[in-house]
Design a protein around this ligand. Structure first.
Ligand code: APR
Length: 307
């Protein structure tokens, strides 16, 4: 198993570290355009192997030669948000970066599975799919796992229970219009609605929707990376181990949920061949309208983006 991570910045380097420490691959290749950074971080990471006790080889490079034959490529290259910026402000800059990265990745690893992390996420999945020409099951965006992780953390803080007992589902685009489904959220099987007032649930939903900007406002010089890298690596793990986990991920829809030619977050099954199934669940009229609205917002940017 060979995994490449493109972008040796905050998200990329942390993702590579988590992959290595979990020994999800024999080899991790870290790529960046900045000379020295991937080499330095890769070597530093590998020098932690004797202490941490992992045998994953980690190397860094500025060229794509060493990425050839990767089973999975995690794309984190791009610029992150600064305070006052929305994910959409990154649109054309990151689209250009994703285009160039994807072309080079696809040329060296034509059978790889792409996990896209760069923002604005849903549009970047579309760019990566168009440029690579890969089928949709091999171009998957990381958003829902992060958004649900935030939602679950806030619920755990509020109820003072273990995060492990909380399962949840968030649909839609990775932005303010994401659709957290309180009805499909439970604590050890108990519906959230039994444990929390609607007002409290609404407040937590709002905080999850603004979870990214909350961190940006603290950091000021970058955006979140611990939780985003964890989320991406959970997707990697489900694919590597063929676990067939059901995780909310951004994929191109072909009529599912009544949505066509648009990338949005929906529950999917992740296994060795990538996205193996889209699960279509029953939504209320209200939830359905919120999902449509979110998809329309993504579609607008998909039509607008230049690459
Ligand atoms: N090829 C390879 N790497 C590139 C390229 C490129 N064409 N362009 C930029 N990079 C690298 C940068 O040099 C930098 O090291 O991508 C890295 C991005 O790292 P950070 O600036 O630390 O950003 P990070 O917090 O990791 O976020 C990356 O993920 O969560 C999203 O919104 C976030 O789009 C952003 C991406």
């Amino acid at each position: 198993m060979k995994i490449t991570v493109i972008g040796a910045g905050n998200v990329g380097a942390t993702a590579a570290q988590r992959i290595a420490e979990k020994e999800l691959a024999n080899e991790v290749v870290l790529v960046d355009i900045v000379e020295g950074v991937p080499q330095g971080k890769g070597l530093d990471m590998y020098e932690s192997a004797p202490v941490e006790g992992f045998d994953t080889m980690v190397t860094g490079t500025n060229s794509y030669d060493a990425t050839a034959g990767s089973d999975i490529v995690v794309i984190t290259a791009g610029i992150p948000r600064k305070p006052g910026m929305s994910r959409d402000d990154l649109l054309n800059t990151n689209a250009g970066i994703i285009k160039s990265v994807t072309e080079q990745v696809a040329a060296k690893s034509p059978n790889t599975i792409l996990i896209v992390v760069s923002n604005p996420l849903d549009v970047m999945v579309h760019v990566a799919q168009k440029v690579s020409g890969f089928p949709r099951n091999r171009v998957i965006g990381m958003a829902g796992v992060l958004d649900t992780a935030r939602f679950r953390s806030f619920i755990a803080m509020e109820l003072k229970v273990s995060v492990e007992d909380i399962t949840s589902l968030i649909l839609g685009g990775h932005g303010d219009s994401m659709v957290p489904l309180a009805r499909y959220t439970s604590v050890a099987g108990i519906p959230l609605t039994e444990l929390m007032s609607q007002d409290k649930i609404d407040a937590i939903v709002k905080r999850a929707q603004n979870g990214g900007i909350e961190i940006v406002n603290f950091l000021k010089t970058g955006s979140a990376f611990y939780a985003p890298s964890s989320a991406a690596v959970q997707m990697v793990e489900s694919i590597v181990k063929d676990k067939k986990r059901i995780l909310p991920c951004a994929v191109m829809l072909n009529g599912e949920y009544g949505i066509k030619d648009t990338v949005v977050g929906v529950p999917v099954k992740l296994g060795r061949s990538g996205m193996e199934q889209i699960l279509e669940i029953k939504l209320t009229l209200e939830e359905n309208a919120a999902l449509k609205k979110s998809a329309d917002e993504v579609k607008l940017n998909m039509d607008k983006v230049k690459f």
